[in-house]
Design a protein around this ligand. Structure first.
Ligand code: GLY
Length: 408
């Protein structure tokens, strides 16, 4: 959509203009269009766009970590929406979204790694996330290419995966079929009216999109959009991830049948299979600003750890190497819905979970755009907190004694 459509005049008007054509921007645009709003999406190709690089794991059970309990509750809700979200998306777009429901196997390289996974297993139980503890032999029965030395692991049957590139194409087509218009251009600045209300954006081409509501969903580039009043959008830090895509010679099945996440001497690594026969290996987590260079050290780290778990990866062909920049908010939680500027919304800061959180974000944003308020399940992540806005209610889980405690 965004590559093919241009403004036909210098002035376009919509109910909503969404700035950003990644998964979060398009999920917002598509769901808002389904809710009956007229939507324009403004997007430009961005180097390091997280959406085109992400492995696509939908794995709250095997990614749960201490201190992220409230975020994981939102992630579980979003994961559980995926089947219906994908069904609606495929119906609206006529395209396959690359959803795979084989479950996820989390494995340990040595006994220290197994102890650490066991500790996280207790957290998962408290979160109500079901996983099954397996011996090394049971892991290899599921995934015969695992190294004989793998100590054991956990099977998370409800943790699935999706192909983010297929998902992106489907969302573009679905949004377009629901009436959304895509514009390939760069936003020069946000436009506010005399009363300080957001009323659109001016583009590099000089064209303007006027809209009753503006959604900023441009990943790590969001805070740099000119014209945003100070303090409304917090800084988002780029967290670099380097990945490889490997393919089996002859186009055979991928080397693993399901997502394999592993700990290798404390270092996390994952292998995510694709329908094409490829497997995505990732990923580094590097905090060094807007750096999209591939490095030998980064790729070596991912290959070294993947090879410890699945030695056969060294036989595969390298199909692609890539770098993405995850948009990390100050508290690592997404920023959603209305901001302190009337008419201005955020859908940003999804850090490591943009793909996983796309359905819940799209739905929450569509609700905020149609009713003016986020649904209860998303209130904890209200963007107004960035400007010192009122804390969420107990429903949102940010106040003392709130629901969050149930997750600790
Ligand atoms: N969610 C996987 C990653 O950020 O690498």
């Amino acid at each position: 959509m965004c590559a093919a459509t241009d403004l036909s005049s210098s002035q376009r008007t919509a109910d909503v203009v969404v700035v950003g054509g990644g998964l979060i921007g398009l999920a917002t645009a598509w769901r808002a269009a389904r809710a009956g709003l007229s939507v324009t999406v403004v997007a430009e190709p961005v180097e390091g766009s997280a959406s085109t690089v992400a492995a696509g794991m939908l794995t709250p059970a095997t990614e749960a970590s201490f201190g992220e309990e409230a975020l994981m509750r939102f992630a579980v809700l979003s994961r559980d929406r995926y089947p219906s979200f994908v069904a609606e998306l495929e119906e609206d777009s006529g395209l396959a979204a690359g959803y795979r429901a084989e479950g996820t196997l989390q494995v340990a390289f040595d006994s220290d790694d197994m102890a650490r996974l066991g500790h996280l297993g207790e957290l998962r139980e408290r979160l109500g996330l079901s996983t099954e503890r397996l011996t090394g032999r049971e892991c290899r029965r599921l995934e015969p290419m695992l190294a004989p030395s793998v100590r054991g692991g956990y099977l998370a049957s409800d943790d699935h995966s999706v192909d983010p590139r297929a998902l992106l194409e489907a969302m573009r087509a679905a949004a377009e079929r629901r009436g959304a218009v895509g514009v390939r251009d760069r936003v020069r600045r946000l436009v506010l009216d005399g009363g300080g209300r957001a009323r659109g954006v001016v583009l590099d081409s000089g064209n303007e999109v006027s809209a009753g509501q503006v959604v900023l969903a441009a990943g790590v580039a969001t805070p740099a959009i000119a014209g945003i009043p100070e303090g409304v959008v917090p800084p988002l830090r780029p967290v670099k991830g380097q990945l490889l895509r490997l393919r089996t010679p002859g186009g055979e099945d991928p080397i693993v049948a399901r997502t394999v996440r592993g700990l290798v001497k404390g270092s996390p690594v994952y292998l995510v299979p694709r329908g094409s026969g490829e497997v995505v290996l990732g990923a580094t987590q590097e905090e060094q600003g807007f750096d999209t260079r591939l490095t030998a050290g980064g790729l070596w780290q991912v290959l070294r750890d993947a090879h410890e778990l699945v030695p056969g990866v060294s036989e595969l062909e390298v199909a692609e190497t890539c770098v993405g920049l995850r948009p990390g908010s100050p508290d690592n939680e997404p920023l959603l819905g209305p901001t302190a500027v009337p008419g201005l919304h955020l859908a940003a800061g999804h850090f490591r979970h943009g793909v996983l959180l796309a359905p819940a974000t799209g739905d929450a944003m569509a609700e905020a755009l149609t009713t003016g308020a986020l649904p209860d399940y998303a209130r904890r992540f209200a963007a107004v907190r960035a400007a010192g806005g009122p804390p969420a209610t107990a429903d949102g889980g940010r106040t003392e004694g709130g629901e969050q405690d149930q997750w600790m």
